[in-house]
Design a protein around this ligand. Sequence first.
Ligand SMILES: Nc1ncnc2c1ncn2[C@@H]1O[C@H](COP(=O)(O)OP(=O)(O)O)[C@@H](O)[C@H]1O
Ligand SMILES: [Mg+2]
Length: 286
Amino acid sequence: MPPRLVVDRVSKTFVAPEKNGGRIDILRDVSFSVNAGQIVSLIGPTGCGKTTLLRIIDGLIRPDSGQVMVNGKEVKGPKDSSCAMVFQRFNLLPWRNALKNVEFGLEAKGVEPKEREKLAKEYLSLVGLAGYEKYHPHHLSGGMQQRVGLARAIAIKPDVVLLDEPFSSVDLLRRESLQNEVLKILIKTRETGIFVTHNVEEAVFLSDMIISLGTRPGRVKTVYQVNLPRPNENDSDTGIVKTLEERKNLIDSRSEDTYKLILALKGDLTEGTAPREEQVGFRAFA
Ligand SMILES: Nc1ncnc2c1ncn2[C@@H]1O[C@H](COP(=O)(O)OP(=O)(O)O)[C@@H](O)[C@H]1O
Ligand SMILES: [Mg+2]
């Protein structure tokens, strides 16, 4: 069986207006692979190309060279993609209620209306939102909106769930419980997940493996295996919650292994400064 996801020597440049039509290297020779059921974090400074990499994995943009394979099949465009994205700003449709938002991805897949509604209800209930089917996004908290976003993503049974800084728009108080909730759901549904984050502790808490990207151009610096207790998909809900608590405690109490890992990751993040363009908000969409 091939790995669930293979990113093989992916490189990408973009046109840089300040270079008079010249191009800048965004990603260079990025390679890694992810097995089914693994949860991975991509961590790196702002502007190193994390979102670009997720969009390449999702088939939304093509790499200049290299390739992405999901279950051994090359992703050549959005139609080949069997991934689902969860966004930082949720990207829910404001005029649709929670149920209809979850149905959205299923519509695109051509699922029949009756089946669609049934599945959307099931997934809303899985993310703890049974009873909120008729609520529109503006009547839901940030955390609830993000759970609708997650339900929409996993309802289509994707091969890989791509989560681009999914917690950064949620206030600090609710962030921790949402992290727990999302991780629990991914584990229970045996999803393969890739989180983008620039929060070191969050990466350690969420993942089995952390890929740290350097900047300018974005490239794999280090791959870390996270050897912390990990719940099993067959565990009961309380079993999963208990293991996650244990995990959290090891991180918060800075046990020797987690402390070393956190230090190494922080070192990776602070080495080198962010490109100047980022600091002045350069953003040109070709
Ligand atoms: N479509 C585009 N055209 C030109 N430059 C882009 C485009 N998309 C992103 N960039 C630039 O590529 C770099 C990496 O962006 P991004 O992938 O969003 O980084 P990250 O998610 O790690 O913060 C940034 O310098 C950004 O301005
Ligand atoms: Mg980004």
